[in-house]
Ligand binder design. Structure first.
Ligand code: GRG
Length: 284
């Protein structure tokens, strides 16, 4: 499967949806709306939307069916990156070769743009759709759970505290790193897949299986990210706890387990499996 081709073909779908729901820059307050769009366009890989589309296809539905999910997860991802770059978090001046939102605008605008993107994500998810109302409601619950205190935000809190927490046995430190990865990265990736499965009409067993696959692959994705950053990253990284080879091996074990979970979906899930392999073996 041609993964770059898949991204190139599917990205315009979510881009058009994002453009349609984001407020226009010419509408006041202009600076807020410009800041909300700053990191969305041209954006990054659109991995989470691609996983949502591929999940729909794996369940025999067209990608358009899960557009609300694709837009919602990308909006949440963007909000988290804007807040992660703030001086009180990672304090980064650049992302994707462009000034971060607080550098391009100011800190207050960046905080507020992130807040507004998070709210817009739920609006995007709940737009009128062909999906059953119960599927939309369950997806709102999945996404909120994935990004709240038990998910993204809680993971970020423990990640910020991690630098000071150097002691303990290797096993316990591995558990701690993986718990942070699961909450900070994997739960949003898993929500992209579970919400897409719900919108595509998947039953509870299928939704849960795809969610578990997303969690395992999401942790492996974050280990791969740590590996790519191995020369700079001092903080919460499995490469630092286990060493480079053992960290890659762990990522591979998690990926294989995730792939085995989606085996039952057969040929229809070929794009999904290819994206999952790409997420863990990528070089960018
Ligand atoms: C501040 C609420 C709050 C959350 C911060 C998401 C996050 C938590 C921090 C961002 C930094 C980080 C290491 C996140 C983990 C996920 C990750 C590797 C993000 C990069 O995802 P890609 O590779 O990025 O999909 P692109 O640029 O392609 O969109």
């Amino acid at each position: 499967m041609d993964v770059p081709g898949y991204f190139a073909e599917r990205a315009p779908l979510v881009d058009a949806q994002l453009d349609a729901i984001l407020p226009q820059v010419s509408t006041p307050p202009e600076s807020l709306h410009a800041a909300m769009r700053h990191l969305v366009f041209p954006g990054g890989k659109r991995l989470r939307p691609a996983l949502a589309f591929a999940t729909a296809e794996a369940l025999g539905r067209p990608p358009e069916r899960v557009l609300p999910v694709a837009a919602a997860v990308e909006l949440v991802h963007t909000y988290s990156l804007i807040h992660d770059d703030l001086p009180c978090m990672d304090d980064d001046d650049e992302r994707r070769g462009q000034p971060t939102v607080h550098r391009q605008f100011d800190e207050a605008t960046a905080v507020l743009a992130g807040d507004a993107l998070q709210a817009l994500a739920f609006e995007a998810l709940a737009l009128p759709t062909e999906a059953a109302p119960s599927a939309v409601l369950a997806s709102v619950r999945d996404l909120a759970g994935a990004i709240g205190a038990a998910g993204l935000v809680g993971g970020q809190v423990d990640d910020l505290a991690f630098a000071q927490d150097v002691g303990g046995a290797k096993d316990a430190r591995q558990q701690r790193v993986e718990s942070i990865h699961r909450r900070k990265s994997a739960r949003l990736i898993a929500a992209a897949m579970s919400c897409a499965a719900r919108f595509a009409g998947g039953d509870d067993r299928r939704v849960d299986n795809l969610c578990q696959a997303g969690l395992e692959m999401g942790v492996a994705f974050q280990i791969a990210d740590d590996w790519l950053d191995r020369d700079e990253d001092e903080g919460c990284s499995l490469v630092h706890v286990l060493g480079s080879d053992a960290a890659r091996e762990r990522a591979n074990v998690l990926l294989q387990s995730a792939l085995a979970r989606v085996e039952e979906l057969g040929d229809a899930a070929e794009s999904l499996r290819a994206l999952m392999r790409f997420a863990v073996h990528r070089t960018v």
